[in-house]
Structures are given as C-alpha cells and as structure tokens.
Design a protein around this ligand. Sequence first.
Ligand code: TAP
Length: 481
Amino acid sequence: MRSELYIDGRWVSPIKGGTFDVINPATEDVIHKLPAATAEDVDAAVAAARRAFDKDGWPKLSGAQRATYLRAIAGGIRARQQEIARLEVIDNGKPLPEAEWDIADAAGCFDYYAGLADQRDNDPGEAIELSDARFTSRAVKEPIGVAGAIIPWNYPLLMAAWKVAPALAAGCTVVLKPAELTSLTALELAAIADGAKLPPGVLNVVTGSGSVAGQAIVDHKGVAKLAFTGSGPVGSKIMAAAARDIKRVSLELGGKSPFVVFDDADIDEAVEWIMFGIFWNQGQVCSATSRVLVQDGIYGELLRRVVEETQKITIGNGVEDGILLGPLVSKRQYEQVLGAIEAARSAGATVACGGRRPDGFERGYFLEPTVLTDVPLDSDAWREEIFGPVLCIRPFSDENEAIELANESRFGLAAAVMSKDDVRAERVAVAFRAGIVWINCSQPTFTEAPWGGYKESGIGRELGYWGLENYLETKQITKFV
Ligand code: TAP
C-alpha cells in the first residue's frame, strides 16, 4: 500500500505532514494511514499538470502516442487485477468478485479511450457549410486544459478510470482526488501510470478530505475543468464555485431510479433484475433501481419472491467465498442508512424484511438487505437517495400511473421497464425522464454508451464519445478565400 501523494511523477509527503486513517469496513480495523493533502499540495499538483499541458507537450502528442500510454496503463491494471481487487475489498467492503469486475472494467475503460485517441488522429475537424462562399470554415476539437477529477467511494478505481482515461485521451492533464474513504487504488493507478512512463505531471493523485484538498482543486485558477461524481449538495457547491471563473463542469449526482414491471413480465427474470438493481455493491450505486413499481396482477407474487430471495443473500466479509453482500463503506454511511429505514418506518412504511444489523456480526458496518412496502409517496424513503441496500416496492394499476410515479422525482439518472410487449416497453422507455433507460434489465453499463442524468442527477455525460467531449473545447477556424 502506498503512503505518499503522487505529484509531478514523484512520490512525495504532504507539505504539512498530515495523515488520515484507512479503515476496513468489514472489521473496523485501521489498516493504513494516508497523506492528507492541503491547498499547498494541490498547488504543486496543479502547477505540474499545467506545465505538462502548457510546456511539455502532452496535448501536442498524436492521439496514437497518447493511446500507447493508455494501453500500457490498461495492461498494468490487468497485470495486477487480483491484488488491486483485494485492496478495493478491504477499503470499500464490496465482495471480491464484484471488485474483480470493477478492475477489469477499469482496464477496459483505458483501452476503449485509447481507441478513441487513435481515431482523433484521423479527424481533420468538421467542415461547415457557410452562407457566404467567400469563406471556408471548420470546427476542430482541442483539449480544455487541466482537469480536476473528484470521485466517490462506491467504485473507487472504476470512477477514477471513467475520468482519467477520457481526459488523458483528449489531451488534458489531470489532478485526481479520490474519496478519503477509499483512496488506496487511486494511488495504485498512479503507480501503474508511473510504470507505464506517463510523462511527469500528466496524472497527479492527491489524497485528502473533500473540504480541504477537494475544495482547493475546485477553487484553483489553474484548473480549467471539474469532473465530479458524488452527492447532490457537494455537486451543487462545485457548480457554484466553478461559476466564479467559468470552469467547465460535469456532474454525476445519483438518483432514485424507478423500475416498472408490467404484469406480462417473466417473474423469475423480474426478481433477478430487481435484486441485482438494488443489492449490487450494497445498494451504494448511483443508478440503483431503488423504487420498484409492479403492476397489480403480479404484485403479491413478485413481492413474496423478492422477499424470499432477499432473505437468502449471504452477508459477510467481501474477501470470503460466496459473499453476496459486504458491509457498507463506513460507520457514517451505515448510520445514515439505518436512520433512513427508521424514518421510513415512522412515516408509515412496512419493513417486509431486513432493516437491522444481521445476527452474529459484532464488528463491521453490516446491514441486512431491506425491502420496504407501503412507503408513502411524500416520504423521504420514496423520494430521497438512501444509497444502501434498501428497496421500496409498490403496486400500480396502469401504464399512465406507472409513468407518472416513475417521473415524479427531482432525479433522473436511470429508469428500467420490464414487459414482454416490446411496443409498450419502448413507449415507456421514451416517456421516462432519465438519462439511462434499461428495457428488461437493470444496471448493465457499457464503456461505449453515454452515462449521466436528467434533472438534479447531474449535467454532462460520461463514457463513450460523450465522455471524451467532456474534456474538449470546440474551435471554429474560418478562412477568407
Ligand atoms: P460527497 O461528499 O459528495 O463525496 C464525493 C467526493 O467529493 C469525495 O471525494 C469527497 O471527498 C469530495 N468532496 C466533499 N466535499 C467537497 C468539497 N467541498 N469540494 C470538493 N470536493 C468535495 O459524498 P459522500 O459524503 O461520500 O456521500 C454522501 C452521500 O452522497 C451518500 O450517502 C450518497 O447518497 C451520495 N453519493 C452519491 C454517489 C454517486 S455515485 N452519485 C457516490 C457517493 C455518494 P471526501 O469524501 O474525501 O471528503
């Protein structure tokens, strides 16, 4: 495990020397100490990133040259997949197979953006047809500058990859701040980039708190673009701060995503996707389909099956075999989710199963997977993101009611629909006010496809070509001929 910041291609101690504890959420043991960066360290990181951008020529390399570095990073991640996945488990708590998938996806993300970097070499810009024939014009894309990437704790390495890979492919340089709760693998990413001989300053990783290191990145004049994933209130603060010097901003802020199941759906498949949609990663997933709406005809049967399957979920330390649900990431998160369940109960909801600490667990932030019914539509449990293994399920009678209930939210990240009637499923998919819509499934995520939310779920899109665009400016070049 690394114990230093990675700035300008070197491992350095924080200028003020502070540290913070790394806690394994399954055991509550302090397993490591990491450096707490302050504004002075962020200054050094931004200065290095600026020099790499302005003077050392990272943006001027060909796309193919940048792609070579990205592929080397992908290879470096794959070569250490098992070891990094284990670090993710002891840091975040997720079951090992899930961590292995995350790490493989992170490597895939670097390979994918290497492909897009390659393609940009052949892109002469877009010719623009002008109304005045005396001029010719074209639009070209250029990297924005230094990108500040601030990421959450639910998919630590993968969220780093979603930001670092497209930024580097575009020709930006990066200062990355991982969440204090899960910083171990971001430092390993720096080590892998170092091993791939990424030029100094192109990627800098500063660990530390959001209010100090994160805020310093947000406020820094040398940062041209902010890419953030996390909570709504922090996203809102970042957008307001970015407005001061018109930094480019992309935000991914979570949601309260609906899953509409019509009564012609296959019950076995519906149960499987519903469970996956909420209990994966302990429910700490921005796109979790945490509000399930089931048509009257199958509501009773589906609820019975979901409860039955939920009670079978094996809970435990993610490093052990056969575990499907690990601990929540932190004491704070555990208490917040328990509090949300209690508040739901007080508001009149029924706890159909779960809702408490499982028997036999004295240490660790373990919580039984929970199913809530009779959740009032005006309660926080129905309206607010709980970010834990808590499913709200309720019946509906017809399509219009389902769409209305689904869209009645200040969020709009994802939505899912299940029906054997393709025409109806397509109609509902179009009616959803959400950035990501799944038909007959929930949560599949592809590096090639755009990811981001409507409404208060965020602004901008990550992944695919859209993810690259996040880090590019558009320039018009017009010539008098
Ligand atoms: P946030 O506070 O939003 O943390 C996300 C990232 O922002 C972390 O790296 C955090 O740093 C940093 N940060 C915090 N304050 C900042 C500031 N003033 N300036 C710049 N960066 C700042 O989320 P959280 O506290 O970890 O979780 C709270 C709730 O947010 C959760 O319960 C959940 O509802 C939601 N959440 C959503 C997502 C997604 S994917 N949408 C992910 C995580 C959490 P530190 O954590 O190191 O302080």
